[in-house]
Ligand binder design. Structure first.
Ligand SMILES: [Zn+2]
Length: 435
């Protein structure tokens, strides 16, 4: 029996949905903003495609579920000069991300229901879905637990004191115990602050050579090891954010082998850039927490991505105004933007170099984050919202400072030539970005 005609069909592209195990040319049918069907390039599907009200020709392109970025700073409320929820979501759409999880280090902090509600309300008209990650401790000051139950009730999908390590292990233990009641992950900015001791780049040969204060990679290793121990003890779920060191990856690998419920993410800058770049330009866009490490660390992050130790690729999109970054390296606030570059960086530096296949890379940006944060997205399964990203895999382009939709342009990748670019993004079947 002939199926009813769809509102929209995306035809001719190679459809990759790791959740469905789909990876071939075909058609995505969309009705009422939801996925109606995903079909191979059969005669019947072709016939049905012709009857659709509207067609997107994706010949030569890759069609994937809208990407999910579980680590994003939207800066609103508090630093609307650097980013707003609207501009951050525009950047997300331009980078192919239809779902983002925003960090609580805003002003005020997202450690109370009112601020969760504020973000959710502001996000209603945005070009991407925004899920809130609440604070672990009040004001992120590591002293007293936030009202975690209230935050979860409001829709927080995880908790973190991102930017800060919960230095007191007893408080971290209780946070993990609480989180278990709601089965949400505790996201962990794993850097022991006593060991970081104000360091602004990786401690090692380069920091010594440049006379810039360093932060030892042991700060990350120790922080991860402690929280893995607490995770093992409590049976809660721990998600290590932006792992940056070889020993950090190794600690997570061992924890997973032991059956500890730990997951982790890596950011493009940690699998592409090293601390040796800092002395070339002193570009403050290279100042990031945790800092850029050595080539051996970069190699270990890539190895972790390849062998599955690293579950997720996230941007840690951290916009800062030009004024705040226009200072000497030591005084610059940490962070770089990433939403609009992550997919192209993954293509250029992981897929083209043969480390990951398209399916493996897309899995780390859709299926897996959806699973960890229990988000009903990241798949083209019939019935789900039609959040879809279309990618031209061979499009060559140069990153330009004035080409960002983010309000900020603090990126060390400006001037870089990348291969692969998002050409169109749909949110519930509605176009939210077109190149
Ligand atoms: Zn962080």
């Amino acid at each position: 029996m002939a199926k009813h005609s769809a509102d929209l069909v995306i035809s001719g592209g190679r459809i990759i949905d790791p959740a469905l195990g789909f990876g071939k040319e075909g058609h995505v049918f969309i009705t009422n903003g939801c996925i109606d069907a995903v079909e191979g390039d059969t005669a019947a599907a072709k016939k049905r495609a012709v009857r659709a009200a509207e067609t997107i020709d994706a010949a030569g392109q890759i069609v994937v579920p809208g990407l999910i970025d579980c680590h994003v700073h939207l800066r609103e409320p508090g630093r609307e000069d650097a980013e707003t929820i609207e501009s951050g979501c525009h950047a997300a759409a331009a980078g192919g991300f239809t779902t983002v999880c925003c960090m609580p280090n805003t002003t005020p902090r997202i450690d109370n229901q009112e601020t969760v509600k504020f973000v959710q309300d502001r996000a209603k008209t945005a070009r991407a879905r925004v899920y809130v990650v609440g604070a672990i401790t009040k004001n992120l000051d590591g002293k007293e637990l936030a009202e975690i139950g209230d935050l979860v009730k409001m829709g927080a999908v995880a908790i973190t004191d991102d930017g800060h390590y919960v230095q007191n292990p007893e408080i971290m233990r209780r946070a993990l115990e609480y989180s278990k009641m709601f089965d949400i992950p505790v996201m962990d900015h794993a850097e022991d602050q006593y060991l970081v001791a104000g360091g602004v780049m990786n401690e090692g040969y380069e920091s010594t050579r440049l006379g810039i204060s360093g932060a030892t990679s042991a700060a990350e290793e120790i922080a991860i090891e402690r929280d893995v121990a607490l995770c093992r003890m409590t049976g809660a779920r721990l998600h290590i954010q932006h792992v940056s060191t070889a020993r950090g990856v190794e600690a997570i690998r061992r924890a997973k082998e032991d059956g500890v419920r730990v997951t982790c993410e890596a950011c493009p800058h940690h699998f592409i850039l090293t601390d040796s770049l800092i002395g070339e330009t002193f570009n403050t866009a290279l100042r990031v927490n945790p800092p850029l490490r050595t080539q051996a660390d970069v190699d270990a992050i890539i190895e972790g991505l390849v062998d599955g130790t690293i579950d997720v690729i996230a941007s840690d999109h951290a916009p800062h105004s030009a004024e705040s970054k226009d200072v000497v390296f030591d005084d610059a606030p940490p962070g770089m933007i990433g939403l609009e570059l992550t997919l192209s960086l993954v293509k250029t530096y992981l897929i083209d170099k043969g480390y990951l296949t398209w399916a493996e890379a897309i899995r780390k940006m859709t299926t897996v984050p959806a699973m960890i944060f229990k988000l009903p997205h990241g798949t083209l399964e019939p019935g789900s919202e039609a959040d879809i990203t279309i990618i031209d895999p061979e499009r060559k382009w140069t990153v330009k400072a004035d080409g960002f939709h983010s309000k900020s342009s603090n990126s060390p990748f400006i001037g870089k030539r990348l291969v692969g670019r998002v050409t169109r993004t749909l949110l519930s079947g509605r176009e939210v970005f077109a190149l």
